[in-house]
Structure formats: structure tokens, C-alpha cells
Design a protein around this ligand. Structure first.
Ligand SMILES: [Fe+2]
Ligand SMILES: [Fe+2]
Length: 348
């Protein structure tokens, strides 16, 4: 499989080439250097400072010529939301964060299943997941830089996800998302899919389903204000780090409330998706009746998604294990809803 490497310094090119040379045929290109003839390219690896405008302009041109390449991996050492969002906006299919690691890069390349080998319904899930990720990246970058959020873009991406789950089922969605997406975007895509399937399984009216999937897409957008060093920390969080994470529901609410195309119910769900019926949640310590149905459904979907997520530093929990954990959260989640969720969790 030929791999094309584009980087903004010869040292970076040499470093990446040395990691790939033994397994792949590698072609290279210096960003801003002489234009090169590229033959057939199956995967693209990019390492460049995305804060440099010239690099972005050159990469945009490069991508025009390589738009049919299915795997586009960006290597980013700078853990800033804006850089990650910029990578996805440029067309990354995955972003590897932190110091460059040969094992991670080879694993990412090896994981790639050429699209032609997938059944056609799986290709539908992958297209919907990519659309969802682009919408999330644009939302996160807007919130991180204090710009207005493209609400209709996010809603239409979520509508595509809903169509895809209605057609192909939840399991297919979970597989596609976990195969190609990571971190907070993976989480948001999983929550959206699970919430949609929960709504479908209960037969909620279309308008409620729309509210539910919008709330799921937006629910963690406040995390754009939390440093990635805290969000993606692998070890235990210190109390002050936990306190910073717990600001995200209000940060999301604040970023979205100026937008009059978001309904009050969706805003309420963004603010309250970490509340529990027994009053032990945050940020407002709501309890019982003051937590609406849509929020209760979102909270169940959110926790379930977090448990089955694939992370580089821990094994994903199986669906039955995750459901058992939810069942153990006595007094916090609504029991009849949790019973209804069983089918979504285990068999859909
Ligand atoms: Fe959250
Ligand atoms: Fe979440």
C-alpha cells in the first residue's frame, strides 16, 4: 500500500519515512517545496504546524489532488482544540495526538480497511460518521474561538446519522465510529447514535427524535473550552482538574444560548446531562421531576457511550458489562427508562 507523507520540514519527513519504510512504499513531499508527481496513493500522513497559514493553504491544494485517498492521518503534537479541529477541517480522517509514535502510526495505518471491502451499508455508516465528525469539528472550533456555532450544519449531520441508524441498526454504527474516530468526537458520535436508537426503540415522534439527536450532538460542546491535557488525561484526575471538567455543561449552554435556532429543551439538555435523579449530579444539583425526559434519556446514552468507548489507554467495555454498570447506579437513573434501554444496550 503506497503511503504519501507530507510535512513542513525535511527532518519530519525523514522521521516519518524511517517509521514506515520497512512496511510500506513511501513517497514524500515537502510542504511549500517543489511540487511532486504522485502516483497511486492509498494513505496520506501529514505532519505540519497548522498554526501557519501558508501550510494550511498548501495543504488545501494538496488535498484537492488527493481527495480520493480514503485514509488521511494528521500527526499533531500540539494538543490544542483549534489545531485538531483545523486538521479535521482540512480533511483528516484521523488525528494522532502527542509525541510521534511508530507503534501508533503503524496501528492506525493497519487498521484501515479499504472501503471497497466493506458491505455497502457499512459505507453508509462511515459517510454519516465523517459528516458528523466534520460538523463536530466545526462546532468545537467555533466554541473554542468564541464564534457562533453552525447549528443547522450540526442538525443536518445528525439527521443523516438518524437515517443511517434507522436503515442499518445501532451495532453497525458503533463499529464504524469506533473503527475510525477517536476522543471527544468519537464520544459525541456514539452518544448521538445511541440516543437516536433509544428514541427509535421507544417509538418517539419525529419531533422528539430531532430534539434528542440535536441535544446529543451538542451535549459536550462545552468541552471545547477544556484543555486537551485534562480531557485526554490517562491517569486519575486531580480534584481541581475534575472541577475544570465539570464546567463543560455550563460552558456549552453559554456558548449555545445566544443562538435562537436552538430550542429551550435542547439547551436544557446540554446544561443538565450530568444531573442525577437523587440530586448528586452537576452543575445545578437538580433532582427528580425537575429533570426532563429527554435529559434522562441523554444521560443514560451518555454514560453507556463513555463505557463502551475505545481509548488508546484502556479496553472498551462490552455492551452487557456497560449495561450492568448503569443498572448499578441505583437512584440516579430512571428505572423504567433503564429497563427500556436494555434492548438498545444489548440487542439492537
Ligand atoms: Fe458531558
Ligand atoms: Fe458526554
Amino acid at each position: 500500500m503506497p503511503v504519501h507523507v507530507a510535512a513542513d520540514s525535511t527532518a519530519k519527513i525523514a522521521q516519518i519515512r524511517a517509521m514506515l519504510d520497512r512496511k510500506y512504499a513511501v513517497t514524500t513531499e515537502l510542504i511549500g517545496g517543489m511540487s511532486v508527481q504522485r502516483s497511486e496513493v492509498h494513505a496520506l500522513v501529514v505532519k505540519a504546524d497548522l498554526r501557519v497559514l501558508d501550510n494550511i493553504a498548501t495543504l488545501k491544494r494538496l488535498f484537492q489532488g488527493l481527495s480520493n485517498v480514503k485514509k488521511r492521518i494528521f500527526l499533531v503534537d500540539e494538543t490544542a482544540h483549534l489545531t485538531v479541529s483545523q486538521a479535521y477541517a482540512l480533511g483528516a480522517t484521523s488525528v494522532l495526538l502527542g509525541p510521534l509514535s511508530q507503534a501508533k502510526l503503524l496501528a492506525e495505518l493497519a487498521e484501515h480497511v479499504p472501503d471497497e471491502s466493506l458491505p455497502s451499508d457499512a459505507r453508509g455508516s462511515e459517510a454519516a460518521a465523517s459528516a458528523g465528525e466534520i460538523a463536530l469539528a466545526s462546532m468545537f472550533s467555533a466554541v473554542a474561538s468564541g464564534m457562533p456555532v453552525d447549528v443547522s450544519g450540526a442538525k443536518s449531520a445528525a439527521a443523516k446519522i438518524a437515517d443511517c441508524i434507522e436503515e442499518n441498526g445501532l451495532s453497525d454504527w458503533l463499529t464504524a465510529v469506533r473503527r475510525h474516530h477517536e476522543g471527544t468526537y468519537q464520544h459525541c458520535l456514539l452518544v448521538t447514535g445511541i440516543a437516536i436508537d433509544f428514541g427509535l426503540s421507544l417509538g418517539v415522534p419525529k419531533s422528539d427524535l430531532e430534539r434528542l439527536y440535536s441535544a446529543a450532538m451538542f451535549h459536550d460542546v462545552g468541552k471545547a473550552t477544556i484543555p486537551l491535557a485534562i480531557l485526554d488525561k490517562t491517569g486519575r484526575l486531580a480534584p481541581q482538574e475534575r472541577a475544570i471538567i465539570e464546567t463543560h455543561p455550563v460552558a456549552g449552554y453559554d456558548a449555545l444560548k445566544k443562538n435562537n435556532s436552538i430550542s429551550a429543551e435542547v439547551l436544557d439538555a446540554v446544561r443538565h446531562h450530568h444531573e442525577f435523579l437523587d440530586g448528586s449530579g452537576y452543575p445545578d444539583g437538580l433532582c427528580g421531576e425537575s429533570i426532563r425526559d429527554i435529559v434522562r434519556m441523554l444521560t443514560i446514552s451518555d454514560i453507556f457511550a463513555a463505557l463502551i468507548e475505545q481509548r488508546s489507554y484502556r479496553q472498551a467495555m462490552s455492551r452487557p458489562q456497560a449495561y450492568e454498570i448503569l443498572r448499578g447506579m441505583t437512584g440516579k437513573l430512571e428505572k423504567p427508562l433503564l429497563n427500556a434501554f436494555k434492548e438498545v444496550a444489548l440487542s439492537r
